[in-house]
Design a protein around this ligand. Sequence first.
Ligand SMILES: C[S@@+](CC[C@H](N)C(=O)[O-])C[C@H]1O[C@@H](n2cnc3c(N)ncnc32)[C@H](O)[C@@H]1O
Length: 276
Amino acid sequence: MQDKHCVRFLQSVLPQLQMRWPGFRKVRKQVCKRIHRRISELELSDVDAYQHYLQTHVNEWPILDHLCRVTVSRFYRDKVVLEHVRTEVLPELSKSAIDAGNTTLRGWSAGCAMGEEAYSLVLIWNETVGKQFPQLDIEVIGSDIDEVLLQRASRACYSYGSVKALPEAWLNSAFTQNINEYCLETRIRNKVSFFKLDIRDKLIKGPFHIVFCRNMAFTYFEYALQLEMLEHIRNNLVDGGALIIGGHESLPEGFSGFEQWSKQRAIFRKTRVNSE
Ligand SMILES: C[S@@+](CC[C@H](N)C(=O)[O-])C[C@H]1O[C@@H](n2cnc3c(N)ncnc32)[C@H](O)[C@@H]1O
């Protein structure tokens, strides 16, 4: 299948999945390869025939949706951002949580893939910040649409490539190293609960102190859905709570209710109602 035919196909079908083409520009090769494979499986002649097939087979849409999913992740992704979370964001959130009488800091990783992001947050807490705030603990929810990824998240064993950005001391203290994988200790795993959820249909209720929504909604979702997602996150964050987006992402134009955290373009603070 020629690139231009696949691009034209994606531009035409993505809006029906509430997704947008620009997010797929860089990753289209892998998505087009999967679509090409599906066309062969169905013994169709080309992408136009597949488009026609979609019009007559409503059950094919969820399959196409699955083919369009990008699931890459790793521990401590966007290191500079996570370092800022460690040194600035979590300590500030912890102080406010204690002042508000909370005993648990609550986090949500929306689109958590195999749990790398959710566990990175717990690692930051356990290995560093939490030691300054012994009266607080952390609880993280990871949600994703993909059941297979979630099963692997619960197993919590990873290749070296996936964990290599973590400080070596954390690798030694929080993982057991098997032949070719690093498995997280139960005490870290127990702080994360995973849920299967398509966030286009159903959302998780907070309140959360910190939400990670990276490399999903603000890259792949259409504008209206991005705004909806942002509104939901805002409604489920405590006042002053933090939203972390991907290092190459930005919030949808015209957003409100958040301000940038220091000069970090990937970290936002929920503004209090009376400061808007
Ligand atoms: C590229 S990964 C990002 C993982 C992690 N947030 C990160 O930045 O490293 C995107 C994840 O979003 C999930 N996803 C895509 N569409 C979704 C939806 N509608 N509802 C929930 N999860 C979704 C995918 O299954 C995938 O695991």
